[in-house]
Each structure stands twice: as C-alpha cells, then as structure tokens.
Design a protein around this ligand. Structure first.
Ligand code: SF4
Length: 65
C-alpha cells in the first residue's frame, strides 16, 4: 500500500491525474487544482503510478503507507 501525496499549491490544473486515475483524483470545481479522492493506492495500481509520473507540475508523489 502507498500513500498518495498531492501538493495543490504546486498543481497547475492540467487535469492529467483526473483523466489517468479518475478513482483517485479529481479537480476542484473553482480553480481546477487536484483533489484527492483516495489517500492510498495499492502497490500494483498502475493508473496512480502513471498519474504521478505524468503530472506536468511534479505535484504528486507516492510514499510508503
Ligand atoms: S496532473 Fe498534476 S498539475 Fe495536473 S491537475 Fe493533477 S496534480 Fe495538478
């Protein structure tokens, strides 16, 4: 299990995470910044790992839970 860390201050509202892993990420209705829908991800959850890798603002990371 991994803990998902999202830095909304660093987020540039691209929406890649919500597209890539919609079970774990959404965007704020007002400013489009990342909103976490789940704070943890399974180790094998490739969608979440992809979202972390693809974030253009490097605002997402995974840590050991
Ligand atoms: S992919 Fe990164 S920059 Fe884009 S909305 Fe998600 S956290 Fe923000």
């Amino acid at each position: 299990m991994k803990r998902i860390i999202a830095d909304a201050e660093q987020c540039m509202s691209s929406g890649m995470c919500a597209l890539t892993a919609p079970d774990h990420f959404d965007q704020d209705d007002e400013d489009g910044r990342v909103v976490l829908l789940a704070e943890e991800a399974e180790d094998g959850d490739g969608d979440v790992a992809d979202a972390v890798r693809l974030c253009p603002a490097a605002a997402l990371r995974l840590e050991p839970a």
